[in-house]
Ligand binder design. Structure first.
Ligand code: PMP
Length: 404
């Protein structure tokens, strides 16, 4: 990978902040966008903008065709059996809310049990809680060990004849743990229970094959993988999506409407009420092309080297405590140093041009598990460099003595 050339594709990275070169290590929150993605959005607005699906005219037909090509592109990117299994949403959060709402209406009864894990993002906890309260269902939680691994034996013990669904993250946005999702799926399926995989933190970093995982649902966000904000994906197996009622009502999700009875459109449109963000969806396909152009394997290899180098350099810091030491990790490193509050460290690092994230990372139950208020998290993208890690370490060497 020619990183210097790649960095030229991301104009934002060339900035200075407080007269310091920007070192952007907050990619798990959102990634920067390459020129091809941003340019494509401008070009689409200038040349093909028209509402999709409804028009007989040229522009509408062209926009519709490009949206459906984008759906095909997303389908091939994650190994979906068909583009009909791909529903465009606003992001991971909306995808999870959609599943929680529609799946619950179709399959959840009073007393039903839904399994999540202790390392979930709030967006894979709260939608289930909201629905569980409504339906009289109960959440069960797969515990994590000290290193940030899910306890598989405990997971197996959670299943009962009341279990209706499992929903777990592929990669933890705090610990970086890559969960053995194919194995989790196989265990769920041995109990005839479907599984939702939150791919928000895996799609930017590794090859995804929903059929190899045998995921019943797989969700992710465009903005975390070099695409635009406001667009996300929900993949679902056909028989489940067919059995679930629509999430929202409105235009395009219907076949026929009368005041007596409304019939719903076929997949995937049944779940896409209203005008979709077709510009963002098409631009997401450009982001996928961009990643594929570099090569997912090359991205994975580059980020692995960054991770190893960062771990080696960080480990030399006195009193550093890593939150998450799983054998299989990707994307993020969370840590604390002595008794220093992570926010204080983050604020001072910012002044040196280093963008990191601090806090609970929308995973309060996980913070409680480790008895900490939050962490300082660095997270990698395909454009980060070894020199940037050196800059981070140099900055930490300045900041830590000031706060100790
Ligand atoms: N799940 C995980 C694991 C995440 O890291 C995030 C974003 N931090 C989300 C879900 C929510 O994604 P979004 O805000 O794009 O909907």
């Amino acid at each position: 990978m020619d990183i210097e050339k790649i960095r030229q594709d991301f104009p934002i990275l060339g900035q200075t902040v407080y007269n310091k070169p920007l070192v952007y290590l907050d990619n798990a929150a959102t990634t920067q966008k390459p020129r091809v993605v941003v340019d494509s959005m401008q070009e689409l607005y200038y040349t093909v903008n028209a509402n999709v699906h409804r028009g007989v005219h040229y522009l509408s037909a062209r926009a519709t065709e490009m949206l459906e090509q984008a759906r095909e592109r997303v389908a091939s990117f994650i190994g979906s059996e068909s583009a009909q299994n791909i529903i465009f949403t606003r992001g991971t959060t909306e995808s999870l809310n959609l599943i929680a709402s529609s799946f619950t209406k179709a399959f959840v009864k009073p007393g039903s049990q839904i399994i999540v894990s202790a390392m979930e993002h709030h967006s894979n906890i709260v939608p289930w809680q909201l629905e569980a309260v409504r339906a009289g269902a109960e959440l069960k939680v797969i515990p994590v060990d000290e290193n940030g691994n899910l306890l598989l034996d405990e997971y197996k013990k959670l299943f009962t004849d009341k279990t209706v669904l499992v929903s777990v993250t592929h990669v933890s946005n705090v610990l970086g743990t890559v969960n053995p999702v194919a194995e989790l799926a196989q265990i769920a399926h041995s109990h005839n229970v479907p599984i939702v995989i939150d791919g928000a933190q895996s799609t930017p970093h590794m090859k995804i094959d929903v059929r190899a995982i045998d995921a019943d649902f797989f969700v992710f966000s465009g903005h975390k993988m070099y695409g635009p904000t406001g667009i996300g994906v929900l993949y679902g197996k056909r028989e489940l999506l067919e059995a679930m009622p629509p999430y929202q009502g409105g235009g395009e999700m219907i076949k026929h409407v009368s005041f007596e009875k409304t019939t719903y459109n076929e997949l995937p449109y049944k779940f896409e009420a209203g005008t979709p963000d077709y510009i963002a969806a098409i631009a997401l396909a450009r982001a996928i092309d961009y990643m594929d152009g570099i090569g997912i394997d090359a991205i994975e290899q580059h980020e692995r080297e960054l991770m190893q180098y960062a771990m080696q350099r960080l480990s030399a810091i006195k009193d550093i405590r890593f939150i998450g030491n799983a054998a299989h990790r990707s994307g993020v490193i969370s840590f604390l140093v002595g008794n220093i509050h992570p926010t204080d460290m983050g604020v001072l690092l910012d002044r040196l041009g280093i963008a990191v994230r601090t806090g609970h990372h929308c995973a309060e139950p996980l913070m409680n598990r480790y008895g900490i208020p939050g962490t300082l998290r660095i997270s990698f993208g395909l454009y980060n460099t070894i020199q940037e890690i050196d800059s981070l370490i140099a900055a930490l060497d300045r900041v830590i003595p000031m706060l100790s």
